[in-house]
Design a protein around this ligand. Structure first.
Ligand code: ADP
Ligand code: ZN
Length: 300
């Protein structure tokens, strides 16, 4: 055990890359490492090596894992802390939390990647001071972390806000969608890979005035309107690679107002929607900082 400052370890476990950091918050990251997601054995041993090094220098209090999924979040389950039915090759039924607990003997917080990011935004970012909000990422996949009255929502498993069906006008958009489970669910129609397949090039290469962005904003507006009606969030934070296209924000805000059509009576939607649908306060660091926040939740 190191004799230095107290730090918490955050692990943003993504399907493409893992990001590990030791620190106590956005202004105090003592060490950071990124590596590609390869096999579970190789990737998790790099995680262990990184934090073993940190624990030589710092007093490592706890770890937090914000993971791609689906994951098992039920503490009573035999597979609690596992990545479960993921389509990612090699990762089905992978134990994560137990491996870290056996290696380090300290508390390990665990949640979905998006619940982690939501928790980071709640502690330090765009959702400070709120108790009910959504963090939605539109990237390789679409997923949402949901906080309800101060608790990250798990329920039966955890929310899968990307896999909902939206109205899909096949005359305007004949694209069949890319979700391996549902075809034209929200993720199937509006994730980064769906844009790539529909338009024949990566989303980041489409010009800002391309018709793709109106269609994209239309799907995001439909989904957000459903979340507003079902969960009554006080704010919606929109992150992920696709949302780097700033022109989406005004289109989505207008789209949500049009769909809701004055029915939800709140100045947040009717007058101040620029502060209601917002980018992440922590930017690209929401994931790993969220993981640190999960560690701090496990051991304050
Ligand atoms: P991940 O979801 O894998 O964690 P990202 O949130 O960066 O990673 O999402 C990657 C997806 O976002 C890719 O499909 C990529 O085409 C798209 N993307 C990344 N950057 C941009 C950008 N600047 N504009 C539009 N799309 C982007
Ligand atoms: Zn789906």
């Amino acid at each position: 055990m190191g004799s230095g400052n107290k730090v918490w370890g955050g692990i943003e476990a993504g399907g493409t890359k893992f990001v590990c950091a030791a620190g106590s918050g956005p202004d105090d990251i003592a060490a950071l490492a990124k590596f590609p997601t390869t096999t579970p054995q190789e990737t998790l041993s790099r995680v262990v090596d990184f934090f073993k090094q940190q624990s030589q220098v710092f007093d490592l209090q706890a770890l937090g894992v914000a993971s791609f999924g689906p994951v098992d979040l039920h503490p009573d389950s035999a597979t609690y802390g596992f990545i479960t039915s993921t389509p990612k090759p090699g990762w089905k039924n992978t134990e994560v939390v137990g491996v870290l607990q056996r290696e380090f003997g300290i508390p390990v917080g665990f949640d979905t990647d998006v619940n982690g990011a939501a928790h980071g935004e709640y502690r330090w970012g765009a959702a400070r001071g709120l108790s009910t909000f959504i963090y939605l990422t539109v990237g390789t996949g679409i997923g949402g972390g949901v906080m309800v009255e101060g608790n990250l929502l798990h329920g039966l498993t955890h929310p899968e806000t990307g896999h909902i069906y939206l109205s899909h006008d096949r005359n305007a958009d004949p694209f069949e969608g890319v979700c391996p489970y549902h075809g034209d669910c929200f993720e199937g129609l509006a994730s980064g890979p769906s844009m790539n397949k529909r338009w024949g090039k990566p989303a980041e290469e489409l010009p800002a005035d391309h018709q793709a962005w109106d269609l994209e904003a239309d799907y995001i507006s439909k989904a957000l309107s459903i979340y507003v009606c079902c969960l009554s969030p006080q704010r919606i934070v929109l992150g992920g690679g696709v949302m780097k296209q700033q022109q989406l924000f005004p289109k989505v805000r207008r789209g949500v107002q049009e769909i809701l059509n004055g029915y939800i009576v709140s100045p947040a939607i009717q007058e101040n929607i620029d502060e209601y649908i917002v980018p992440p306060g922590l930017g690209d660091r929401a994931g790993v900082l969220g993981a640190i926040a999960l560690a701090q939740k496990a051991c304050p």
